[in-house]
Design a protein around this ligand. Structure first.
Ligand code: PLP
Length: 563
């Protein structure tokens, strides 16, 4: 049998960030998808990935001196990175038939197992020009554009897998609601198999038996919704429209999360707290928790991996749990390895910006999607207090990065506010905002700072993964107790929590942040070996647990093969 005939699990994601040369991701969701696919290859799982090709990417971010973001397309050489597949399938939107093809990427695991990832492409000669653009921009265009893209991903994805020869798939994993139209196609397949025009209870159950859904956002506006009239007009006649009472509590709106929830046998949130919040949002559904992780070989910095190779006998790449033996690393060696990453980051900052960073000064890192609830400017709430800390306990410098969605004015205002604060702080607290946060920049930035700061408004953080990348590299977290950090924080041992999540307010959280920061900087300068011990604990305790390897094992037991 060829591989196609034995693959069991199809993983669908609107974005996949698997290779820095392919601009098919915007942030956390895509990086998680990429890390998941790479890990499935490492674990030799019978896995296949499906996503949309985005030839012009999300966007390339430039920022003016004053802090204004501008966006440009991020075109990349598709035919250099991907292999064109033979099959061409046909889909219909608004009555127009059009062609879809796929491009293949091979995620090769540590022992050689390959997980193929298929990128769906509508930019084919002969297709109507509007439909050709569906494989251009990630999260671009309007609601109509998004609806059409999701139709291509969901129904096109299932049709393409069949055309490629994947007949034995037993599980379709929807990474977020974007892919939920795959349920439409699975229902159509079921009716065709039984030569029925109208679906009954058993047909719904058959679809449900095949689907697994991971929800990612506790922000209600983050769930895709489309007007039902527009959806029916664009997507056309379908047996699913007879079943709307099962997945449309609101008769006027097609909500992709409700669709996915109604047709999945297993649903999960991406951290324990997030699952709890999701259960409150969707009280009629059973929602489990599988906490996110990261692909260790991707996110560990070379100086740290070299050190681990010298000091740990066990293969920590194949068995990420072995990272717990990092507890035996000599503190001096760990400090030195971290300084190598730090020097590299500071050289980059000093090359790119007019602000001058120093290699021996305590460095705070913050990089996330720029959007209001992440509160990137919280640390500037009280500039005088911040200056006092620097005077009292020791110098520090701040590095920021992150893109704002082109339509997120609040996010853009945050970037601007940070630039203003940087101006105001001048040389007292050197502050830079590095433009165009992407995989390559993340690999330099995260391991190169001394502390990883994260201060969203709780409980908005579903999981967060950049803090896991930091911990893996011996960079402790200083974070609001939300998302993964509720599980990862052992106060004063693996890092530090900020504030009280049940009594969160901007003023209270800022005060709590200043208090902790003072404590952490004091420790860094006054009792440095105690600080490095915490760095080591972060690696051993957070790094060994928050991996996509542990995460995928849980999906295997609870979602794919168990339950
Ligand atoms: C890890 C990563 C993210 C996600 O970070 P969060 O902590 O989940 O916000 C986003 N962008 C890039 C480039 C990353 O590497």
């Amino acid at each position: 049998m060829t591989q196609q005939h034995t693959q069991k699990i199809a993983y669908f994601s609107m974005e996949v960030g698997i290779d820095p040369r392919m601009a098919t991701y915007s942030g956390g969701l895509g990086i998680l998808a990429g890390d998941t696919l790479k890990t499935a290859a490492d674990m030799s799982l019978p896995y296949v990935g499906v996503t949309l090709l985005t030839r012009k990417g999300y966007f390339r971010q430039s920022i003016s001196k004053k802090g204004q973001q501008t966006e440009a397309p991020q075109v990349w050489p598709v035919d250099k990175q991907l292999t064109k597949c033979k099959p061409v399938i046909t889909l219909t939107l608004e009555g127009h038939a059009f062609k879809v093809r796929a491009w293949r990427y091979d995620a090769r695991g540590l022992t050689g197992h390959v997980v193929p990832v298929y990128y769906l492409d509508t930019d084919i000669a002969g297709n109507p020009s509007e439909l050709r653009t569906l494989s251009h921009h990630l999260y671009g265009g309007d609601n109509r554009y998004r609806l059409m893209q999701e139709w291509v991903l969901g129904t096109g994805g299932v049709k393409m897998l069949r055309a490629l020869g994947y007949q034995a798939l037993s599980c379709f994993h929807m990474n977020e609601g974007h892919a939920a139209f795959l349920t439409f196609e699975l229902l159509a397949e079921q009716l065709k198999r039984h030569k029925r025009a109208r679906a009954g209870k058993s047909d719904i159950d058959t679809v449900k038996q095949q689907c697994v859904f991971t929800t990612h956002t506790p922000v209600p506006a983050g769930h895709d919704r489309f007007g039902i009239k527009e959806a029916k007009r664009l997507l056309g006649d379908h047996p699913m429209w007879k079943l709307t009472r099962h997945f449309m509590p609101d008769k006027t709106q097609l909500n992709m999360t409700h669709l996915a929830l109604a047709f999945s046998r297993y649903v999960n949130g991406v951290a324990r707290k997030h699952a709890e919040v999701s259960r409150a949002m969707f009280p009629n559904h059973t929602i489990d928790a599988v906490t996110n992780g990261i692909h260790v070989p991707t996110w560990i910095a070379p100086p740290i991996s070299k050190l681990l190779d010298t000091c740990i006998a066990e293969d920590w790449r194949l068995e990420n749990d072995h990272l717990r033996y990092a507890l035996t690393l000599p503190l001096k060696d760990l400090d030195r390895a971290h300084q190598v990453s730090k020097d590299k980051l500071i050289e980059l900052i000093n090359k790119k910006s007019s602000v001058k960073f120093k290699k021996k000064v305590f460095t705070i890192g913050f990089a996330r999607r720029a959007t209001p609830y992440k509160r990137a400017n919280l640390i500037f709430k009280n500039i005088d207090r911040l200056k006092q800390i620097a005077e009292k306990v020791g110098a520090f410098q701040l590095v920021f990065a992150g893109k704002a969605h082109p339509k997120d004015e609040g996010g853009k205002a945050l970037i601007h506010a940070i630039h203003e604060a940087a101006e105001q702080l001048g040389r007292d607290i050197p502050t830079v905002y590095l433009p165009n946060y992407d995989i390559n920049l993340a690999k330099c930035l995260i391991p190169g700072v001394d502390i990883w700061l994260n201060n969203p408004e709780p409980p908005m953080e579903a999981s967060g993964t950049s803090g896991m990348k930091a911990a893996l590299n011996g960079v402790p977290n200083l974070s609001i107790l939300d998302g993964w950090w509720i599980e990862g924080c052992v106060e004063g041992l693996t890092g530090w929590g900020i504030g009280n999540p049940d009594k969160s307010s901007t003023a209270a959280d800022a005060r709590a942040l200043y208090k902790k920061l003072e404590k952490v900087i004091t420790l860094y300068y006054q009792d440095h070996s105690a600080f490095v011990t915490i760095m080591r604990n972060a690696m051993a305790l957070n790094g060994s647990y928050f991996s996509t390897q542990r995460m995928l094992r849980e999906y295997c037991i609870r979602a794919y093969y168990g339950g």
